[in-house]
Design a binder for this molecule. Structure first.
Ligand code: 6PG
Length: 257
């Protein structure tokens, strides 16, 4: 059964967590992130996560770093992979890696050996193939690598990671990472594909601001059409899906589940 043609929304319903206040919601997400990290580390050696880019993670990471309970997490036992990357060097201001390095990895002194960045400086398809191999190695004997959390955003066009409408990566089920085409700012992109995202134990999609309200309504209420709204096909088969939405992203809170 193809993820892009079967409406999985019944099988994997999304929990909606919302707050009118963006700051309040950021604080809640930061607390839940820390709780999940602590709970996970209590039962397994590492808390392994997939992080996305964009403006939202910048705000969230600041909230995580500033929270006193962040000290309860053993940051030496956190593995970081990336949901996508712009094809730029890691020192470039548009690099997702640079964003996460500056706002989370360095402030929390996460060992560089725990961080697997997508080499945006390489030829895109070669970089994607190399990252697929890295993900496959991370997964070990598992057919698909299983992460404890994929923390993603939502674009106004319904993309998540760099799974854009019409992206060649939408139909790549044979690879865990793929060339995604060109992003809105003109950079070539590399993205994780649906399999590793949908194998995660927890998938959180964050959407803040009125610019996302139409995508949010379509994501939750619109016809199931992932080629047009790729985030709709992010449905962790055996995991929890949570949409974190602030008041501006939800035009009419009564209309949501
Ligand atoms: C990226 C992200 C992308 C992002 C959305 C939302 O590299 O840009 O992975 O999917 O999450 O575009 O971005 P904002 O958080 O800036 O709204």
């Amino acid at each position: 059964m193809d993820i892009l043609t079967h409406d999985w929304r019944q099988k994997t319903p999304a929990a909606v967590r919302s707050s009118k206040s963006r700051q309040e919601l950021l604080g809640t997400i930061a607390c839940r992130f820390i709780d999940l990290a602590v709970d996970t580390q209590a039962s397994q050696p590492f808390f392994s996560i997939i992080l996305g880019g964009g403006r939202t993670p910048k705000e969230l990471n600041r909230a995580i770093v500033e929270l006193p309970p962040a000290k309860k997490v053993n940051w030496n036992r956190v593995n970081i992979f990336f949901s996508d990357e712009r094809c730029v060097p890691p020192t470039h201001d548009d690099s997702n890696y640079k964003l996460i390095l500056n706002t989370l990895i360095e402030p929390l002194r996460i060992p560089s050996g725990n961080v697997s960045r997508i080499p945006g400086e390489m030829e895109p398809r070669e970089a994607a193939s190399g990252y697929h191999n890295k993900l496959a190695a991370f997964g070990g004997k598992q057919a698909i690598p299983v992460f404890d959390l994929a923390l993603l955003g939502l674009g106004p066009d319904g993309h998540t990671a760099s799974l854009f409408p019409g992206s060649p990566a939408l139909n790549r089920f044979d690879q865990f990472a793929a060339f995604a085409g060109t992003g809105p700012e003109g950079w070539s992109r590399i993205t994780l594909t649906y399999p590793p995202l949908n194998a995660a134990k927890n998938v959180w999609i964050m959407a803040f601001g009125a610019a996302k309200s139409r995508a949010v309504q379509q994501l939750i209420r619109g016809p199931y059409n992932p080629p047009r709204l790729p985030a709709q096909a992010v449905r962790p088969k055996n995991g929890n899906l949570v949409y974190w939405l602030d008041g501006a992203a939800i035009k009419d809170t009564d209309s949501l589940p």
